[in-house]
Design a protein around this ligand. Structure first.
Ligand code: AGP
Length: 602
């Protein structure tokens, strides 16, 4: 959610900022802006919409010599996506960029307005720069003014501030939103994740919550509530795996096609003929654990829901799953025999991170399943299993979901194996199916073409129901989420057996039902559910290995012997269907409206 970059040094600053923001654009693309101070010269540019608008606006500008600079790409939280609401926000002589939410901004704003300060934007961020200048005007000491400013802020933030009162210094603070500092000799970089600085910096320090300070003359002065503190830099990888589209029309399309390959990566070194190994977990990790609780959001929540069936069925361990934003405020009863698992593609989702912190405070052992190493959730957890999906740029998650599901399936087997609750012949059968997964994910040209043709029949109507039973119910939820994210149609996932308890009232010819009808799991049950809908004239798109005569449209899948193989094959069908509907509607597939890749606000 939003992206921050910063740079202090003698290199050309505009390009560093714009290139960095390009890497972060998928996190928010309502507007973008940069501010640069070089000696006496202050430059500031903002543009609404995609970054290319800002590039266009800054074409004639070039920075020269030593200077300080900050940039931001925004996903709107307070105030519309306008130029005035774009960061950096200006005071009388300072600029600020910020990720997160200042919860007490209204109160601070009212105090400042009572002092005669005029606000230009509707954002919470603008209060930071005015509070800073108020203090600095009183004490004429920019660092102390900054320190006093952050003492006043409640909420989650990662922020950078530059000011003409200290034209050789960048001030920074982090609490609840990610931020790191990159180093290359005298040059110092800031960013809200490491991609913008890979290839530029060779060492990095990931700021902890409550840390703040300033950078001057290539040196970082770091503080927290206890005072000045030292820190240790770590090496930053130099090889930039910059995700390119490789001939695909969209990142999402490329990522769907990559699923087969990345699945092999996910399994590498972990899946053996008759056992599962996780080097990340020490052998006593599950000692004393008799239940599992999983917290996640969105797509990650759907992978969690599917895994609950697997943990109970295969490992015989009680497992319940909660949406992280609900879990945080329900005053949950937590017991230390529960392993707390968080699932997150980005590793920065605020609700999931806070849920994890709550569980840790309650003394629970924690494990994260994540796609981004060194992310906040990974660093906060006792142990982490990386999904190895590679950078996912499409805002609508695909390969991250597939690999999360795979890791969870492996983990269910691993727990059963470690706790000796899973018979060795079942383990072998599961592993044999697992090894076939990459094949089940290969996108066949014929299937893609069929879905492209079919998609034109689904551009109207009053809604979509994705229905399934057992693990195919979470897959239905995920299919519906994918469609709604990029088509903007109303779509719902439902347990097939629940339709008759109310939703069937909506059935008519323009209610599109996407029926997940696996052969290896409850086929006859779901068939009856779909027949009930067909009898009410709902339009049925059936996805099944078994021909179904009542289907208005039919996608025949190939796998019919193992539910997980059917699951992955059907997942691809639902992803491609959503993609092709979105393409026909002319929507922005990779950056759908109102969304951002990483949701670092509550
Ligand atoms: C997925 O398509 C979504 N964009 C969204 O639901 C996402 O899964 C959710 O915000 C959680 O993100 P995370 O996995 O990075 O924690």
């Amino acid at each position: 959610m939003c992206g921050i970059v910063g740079y202090i040094g003698a290199k050309e600053k505009k390009e560093i900022l714009l290139d960095g923001l390009q890497e972060l654009e998928y996190r928010g693309y309502d507007s973008a802006g940069i501010a640069i101070i070089e000696g006496e010269k202050l430059s500031n540019f903002k543009a609404i919409g995609k970054l290319e608008n800002l590039r266009h606006k800054t074409e004639a500008y070039h920075s020269e010599g030593f200077g300080i600079s900050i940039g931001h790409t925004r996903w709107a939280t307070h105030g519309k996506p306008t130029e005035l609401n774009a960061h950096p926000h200006l005071g009388a002589y300072s600029y600020v960029v910020h990720n997160g939410i200042i919860e007490n901004y209204q109160e601070l704003k009212e105090e400042l307005q009572a002092d005669g300060v005029t606000f230009l934007s509707q954002t919470d961020t603008e209060t930071i720069v005015h509070v800073f200048e108020k203090f600095n005007n009183q004490i004429n000491n920019p660092f102390e003014a900054f320190e006093k400013t952050i003492e006043k802020l409640h909420g989650a933030y990662a922020t950078l501030l530059i000011t003409e009162a200290a034209p050789d210094t960048i001030f920074f603070a982090k609490n609840g939103s990610p931020m790191l500092i990159g180093f290359d000799g005298e040059d110092v970089y800031f960013a809200s994740s490491d991609t913008p600085i890979i290839g530029k910096a060779n060492e990095v320090y990931y700021l902890e919550d409550g840390e703040y300070g300033f950078v001057k003359e290539g040196k970082v002065f770091l503080f927290n509530a206890e005072g000045k503190k030292s820190f240790t830099k770590q090496a930053l990888t130099a090889d930039k795996v910059s995700a390119q589209k490789d001939g695909y029309r969209f990142f999402m399309e490329k990522e769907i096609y990559e699923q087969s390959y990345v699945m092999t990566e996910t399994m590498m070194g972990r899946v053996h003929d008759d056992s599962i190994l996780f080097d990340e977990l020490d052998e006593n990790f599950f000692d004393g654990i008799s239940a599992i609780k999983i917290c996640a959001c969105g797509t990650s929540y759907h992978s969690a829901l599917a895994s609950a069936y697997l943990f109970e069925r295969l490992a015989k361990v009680r497992c319940d799953v909660e949406i992280a934003s609900e879990f945080r405020y329900k005053e949950p009863l937590l017991t230390k025999d529960t392993l707390f698992i968080t699932i997150s593609q980005s590793g920065e989702t605020a609700d999931t991170l806070e849920a994890l912190k709550m569980a840790k405070r309650a003394g629970l052992r924690s494990l994260s399943i994540c796609n981004v190493d060194n992310s906040s959730i990974v660093r906060e957890s006792d142990a982490a299993i990386l999904t190895r999906a590679g950078i996912e740029k499409g805002v609508a998650s695909t390969k991250a979901f597939a690999t999360q599901t795979m890791v969870l399936w492996m983990l269910a087997l691993y727990v059963g194996q470690e706790k000796k609750t899973l018979a060795s012949d079942i383990l072998k059968t599961e592993v044999a199916a697992m090894l076939k997964t990459p094949k089940s994910l290969v996108v066949e040209e014929k299937l893609h073409a069929q879905l492209t043709r079919m998609s034109k029949r689904y551009l109207h109507g009053h809604g979509f129901f994705f229905i399934g039973r057992d693990i195919f119910f979470p897959l239905a939820l995920e299919g519906a989420l994918k469609l709604k994210e990029i088509s903007y149609f109303h779509a719902e996932g439902y347990p097939a057996g629940e339709m008759k308890h109310g939703p069937i009232a909506l059935a008519d010819s323009t209610l599109f039902t996407i029926a997940l009808m696996p052969k290896s799991m409850h086929y006859d049950k779901i068939k009856s559910n779909v027949e009930e809908l067909s009898a009410r004239d709902a339009t049925i798109l059936a996805i099944s290995p078994e021909p179904f005569e009542l289907a208005d449209d039919f996608i025949q899948t190939k796998y019919d012997s193992h539910p997980m193989l059917e699951y992955f094959e059907m997942m691809v069908v639902t992803q491609l269907l959503a993609l092709e509907i979105s393409v026909r509607l002319g929507n922005d597939v990779d950056m759908p409206r109102n969304l951002a890749k990483s949701v670092t606000v509550e």
